[in-house]
Design a protein around this ligand. Sequence first.
Ligand code: 6PG
Length: 250
Amino acid sequence: MIIGDLRLFNDGDALNYAAAQRWVQLAEAAISARGKFHIALSGGSTPRALYQRIANPDFATRIAWDRVHVYFGDERTVPPDNADSNFRMAKEALLDHVPIPSAQIYRMEGEMEDAHEAATKYARLLSSRLPMSSQGIVQFDLLLLGVGPDGHIASLFPGTPVLHERARLVEAVFVEKFETWRITLTLPVIDHARHVLILVGGEGKAPIMRDVFAARTTPPYPVQLINPQGVLEWYLDEAAASLLPEALRS
Ligand code: 6PG
């Protein structure tokens, strides 16, 4: 059973506008309550459109970037200037266009020879920088996710052992279909975020959204495994929601 609040938008622009509004609202709340805003960015083309939207002055000027700390939900095992790097994507779409101190941008070091070592190093960084939830798990203020056509989130792909990891905060995972290693946050970190925002756009995602929101699937898709202790919101455009039952679309 999928949990959380589902919001539908006419198109990608409307979805990004609403997601940018949510980002501003959560940043203001976190900064006034705790002095900082800790956000985990997702890779992918859907989140990239949001980053480009936030970089526009109408939103960028509403965020106290000197209080913002940017992390990543997953990373490819490539150097930061590689076309496949999630860091490079976020840098080009957003981080190069806003006055965030570079010391407050925390890359997963995909260029490291050993992805497991990179994962361990990033877990140590999270533990040293992030506040803890009441259960002692590092806690983001906002954690952004896209969903792949196979139901993966971050680099939590179907059938991978990392789906069962409940102790480590960050793991290296070998993704068979891409024949490559990835570095990813684990489910406990996602679940302990104060706010999880899942962004899904385009008709290509309609089948997976239909399946994810339908009855329980066996085995469950990775996105169905999340159980956020905080707020979970799904932002879908009409195209991605086009195969959802009428009851969910009203
Ligand atoms: C990545 C992302 C990944 C992405 C989904 C959706 O590293 O690719 O973290 O989880 O969010 O694949 O990507 P699209 O929005 O491009 O479909």
